[in-house]
Structure formats: structure tokens, C-alpha cells
Design a protein around this ligand. Structure first.
Ligand SMILES: NC(=O)c1ccc[n+]([C@@H]2O[C@H](COP(=O)([O-])OP(=O)(O)OC[C@H]3O[C@@H](n4cnc5c(N)ncnc54)[C@H](OP(=O)(O)O)[C@@H]3O)[C@@H](O)[C@H]2O)c1
Length: 367
């Protein structure tokens, strides 16, 4: 029996499509899924994948194991027991409003524990694929926050200045890449831009940034466009992220490196809002508000809840999207992987949210 591919966060936005891509590409590859509620979530994933054309035989390659980000001892014991050749770590507390201790435990400590057990040269020395985020590779923001090239920073200050989710992502990347260098072990991390829905289905969870943005547009709760016409929210479709991760998981030649996934066709943020508004059949705001002012407004009691967003989300808008996407593009080329047209993925995303928010509203009325 080949060693299983171990995946955390398989029920998430990226995880589901990763399973779909893997089961199409390697239907006999055993998959060990680390889930919070193994029996219930495995059954849900089987139904979801089966509805998207995955046959029973590949579905039976999936086994579920109990996993909780916060229980690092149990996670390490599971790795020692299963000895997976490759581990893809997707699970995260992807939420606004976390406190620093919770975010650190769920991101930094959970990643460090899995990486330690998986790559230990005295153990089975397997591959570890982490998922960070594009802001961890955004040099102007790292310099602005005082994060040095070797990962040193006043982290308490960083957590105070930006939200704890994003700060914990930056700290995880800084800490893990420095530790890997120090110990001479590999660090392999994929950094997606903001992930939009699938190019055909558009599906994305209600907590995703673009779902929230579309709901704001539908509800008329985006009164002004934040930032300037030069600000960007780089995006990438979930199909491309999942396809890239599936190839990476199955390609033992790639052992280390940072891979930024972002669609080069990403429009400016204002153009993105107008494009989504057009697909939703609503108007985009005509006025603009500077980011510091918008941030201040969203910190007023009740305003973030009313508008359906958070000041933390504004930290993802950037002015100078100069990222090194060449390593990821070179791998995509080698694997023959092409992103779907971004305009199609954005239109599908908007259509999905329009339908989904109709369902959400009807559920609210019925409650
Ligand atoms: N989506 C994006 O725009 C984006 C962009 C850049 C980077 N990323 C990164 O990509 C990774 C995957 O993102 P995603 O969008 O797929 O996230 P997601 O949809 O929020 O899914 C999160 C996953 O983590 C699991 N999880 C949450 N809390 C857990 C806990 N305490 N113990 C165990 N599992 C837990 C969830 O399981 P349950 O189903 O049980 O809740 C779910 O499977 C994350 O590291 C995220 O930071 C995402």
C-alpha cells in the first residue's frame, strides 16, 4: 500500500477542490484526511465530490482521522503513526477579530508542530507543503511593518497594527522559513492571492472575502470604494490554486521554495468591484474613500457589522503588486497547467453569491 497523502483543511474552500483535482489525477492515491469531525465530514465530502463526477473507487481511497489545529501533540502522534510521504497543510482559523494568542496557536504553533513531525530527519523525513498567503511575500508591507529579511520583528506591534489572522500568517512564514534555514530542512509554501470561486461553479464559502464583497454590493452596503484607482486586490481562481497544489503534492521533485499564485489579469480593486457589480446586476459606488478614513469608519461600533466587512480586510489592498510569480509560473508550465479566464471565474463567483445570498435571506426569514 503506497504511503498516504495527508491533508488538513480538506473541507475548506481550497481543500474540497484540491481533493477533486487529486482524485481525478491520481485515483488510486490513498488520502488521509485530518478532520475535526471525521465521520460526518468524510460523508459530506464524499457527497460533494460524487456530485462533481468522482466515482466510488477513488472516493474509497479517502480515510478520515480526527484532527484539531490546537491539539499539536495528537497531530504529531498521527504523523508518526501514518508516516505520510507528503503532507498538505491547509487548515487555518481564517477569521477576522481573532485575538493574538488564538491566531498564533492555530497558525504558527499548529504549522510548526506538523512540520517538525513530518520533516524530522530522525523520523520518516517526508515532504511538507504549507499554504501561506500573498501578503507574506509583499516586500513593501513587510518593510513597513518592520519585519526583517531574517524574520525578526516586534511581533506584538505587528499584531496590534494589522489583524491577528494576517499577523499570524506573516509570523508563521517568517518563523518557519528562518527555522528551516537554521536546521537545514526544506520549507515549501504556496502563497495564493485572494481566492475567487470556481470558473464554472463559482462556489465559495460565505466567509470568503469576495463573498462578503458581493453581499455588500447586493445589499447596497458598500457606500464608497475604499482606496485609490491604483489599489489592487490580487485574485486567483480556486481551480488554479487546487490544480497547482494537486500537481505539487504529486511531484516529489519539488522539495522547497515559495510559490506565489496570482492571476496576472487581476484588475485594480475599483475595476474588480465594478466587474462584480456588473455581473450581479447592481451599481457600484461612485464615491471613493481613502483607506485610513475607511479603516477608521469600520472601527466605529456597529458599522463593520452593518456593512458586512471588517477593517482587517482593508490590509489586503495594496498599491504596488510587484510579486515574484515566476517560480509558480515555471512549475505551471512544466505541468501544463493554465488558469481559467479570470473574467469567467469572477462572473461565476458573482452568480454563485447572488443565488447563495438569496438562499441565506430566505433562511433568515424562515428562522
Ligand atoms: N481563500 C483565500 O482567499 C486564501 C488566500 C490566501 C491564503 N489562504 C490560506 O489557504 C488555506 C486554506 O484556506 P481556505 O480558504 O480553504 O480556508 P477555509 O475555507 O476557511 O477552510 C479552513 C479549513 O480549516 C479547517 N479548520 C478551521 N479551524 C480548525 C481547527 N480548529 N481544527 C482543525 N481544522 C480547522 C476547516 O475545517 P472545518 O470545516 O471543520 O471548519 C476548513 O477545512 C489557509 O491556510 C488560508 O490562510 C486562503
Amino acid at each position: 500500500m503506497p504511503s498516504p497523502l495527508f491533508i488538513t483543511g480538506a473541507t475548506g474552500q481550497i481543500g474540497r477542490w484540491l481533493l477533486h483535482a487529486l482524485l481525478l489525477q491520481a485515483p488510486s492515491q490513498p488520502l488521509a484526511l485530518a478532520l475535526r469531525d471525521p465521520a460526518r465530514q468524510l460523508a459530506m465530502l464524499r457527497r460533494w465530490l460524487s456530485a462533481r463526477g468522482i466515482a466510488d473507487a477513488p472516493l474509497n481511497q479517502m480515510q478520515a482521522h480526527p484532527y484539531c489545529l490546537e491539539d499539536t501533540g495528537a497531530a504529531q502522534a498521527l504523523i508518526h503513526q501514518l508516516r505520510p510521504q507528503t503532507l498538505v497543510h491547509l487548515a487555518a482559523r481564517f477569521e477576522w477579530g481573532l485575538d493574538a494568542t488564538t491566531a498564533r496557536r492555530a497558525q504558527l504553533q499548529a504549522t510548526a508542530a506538523l512540520w517538525e513531525a513530518q520533516t524530522d530527519p530522525g523520523g520518516h523525513a517526508g515532504r511538507f507543503v504549507a499554504v501561506g498567503g500573498y501578503m507574506t511575500q509583499h516586500q513593501p508591507q513587510l518593510a513597513h511593518l518592520g519585519i526583517s529579511a531574517d524574520g525578526r520583528a516586534d511581533w506584538q506591534r505587528v499584531y496590534r497594527r494589522i489583524g491577528a489572522y494576517e499577523a499570524s500568517k506573516l509570523e508563521t512564514q517568517a518563523h518557519m522559513s528562518a527555522l528551516a534555514r537554521h536546521l537545514g530542512r526544506p520549507w515549501l509554501c504556496v502563497h495564493p492571492a485572494t481566492v475567487c470561486g470556481h470558473a464554472v461553479e463559482g462556489e465559495l464559502p460565505a466567509h470568503a472575502a469576495l463573498h462578503a464583497l458581493c453581499r455588500q454590493l447586493i445589499g447596497g452596503r458598500l457606500q464608497a470604494l475604499p482606496g485609490s484607482p491604483h489599489h489592487q486586490l490580487p485574485v486567483v481562481s480556486v481551480d488554479h490554486v487546487a490544480g497547482f497544489l494537486a500537481h505539487l503534492a504529486l511531484d516529489p521533485q519539488v522539495q522547497s521554495g515559495d510559490f506565489v499564485l496570482m492571476d496576472q489579469a487581476s484588475p485594480s480593486f475599483h475595476a474588480l468591484v465594478r466587474e462584480l457589480a456588473g455581473s450581479l446586476g447592481v451599481s457600484a459606488p461612485r464615491w471613493t474613500l481613502p483607506l485610513p478614513l475607511m479603516r477608521g469608519l469600520l472601527r466605529l461600533p456597529g458599522l463593520a457589522a452593518w456593512s458586512g466587512t471588517s477593517a482587517e480586510s482593508l490590509d489586503f489592498l495594496i498599491r504596488d503588486p510587484a510579486f515574484n510569480t515566476r517560480p509558480a509560473e515555471a512549475l505551471s508550465l512544466r505541468w501544463g497547467l493554465q488558469p481559467p479566464p479570470l473574467s469567467q471565474a469572477l462572473a461565476a463567483t458573482a452568480h454563485f453569491v447572488r443565488q447563495d445570498s438569496g438562499l441565506l435571506n430566505r433562511a433568515d426569514l424562515a428562522a
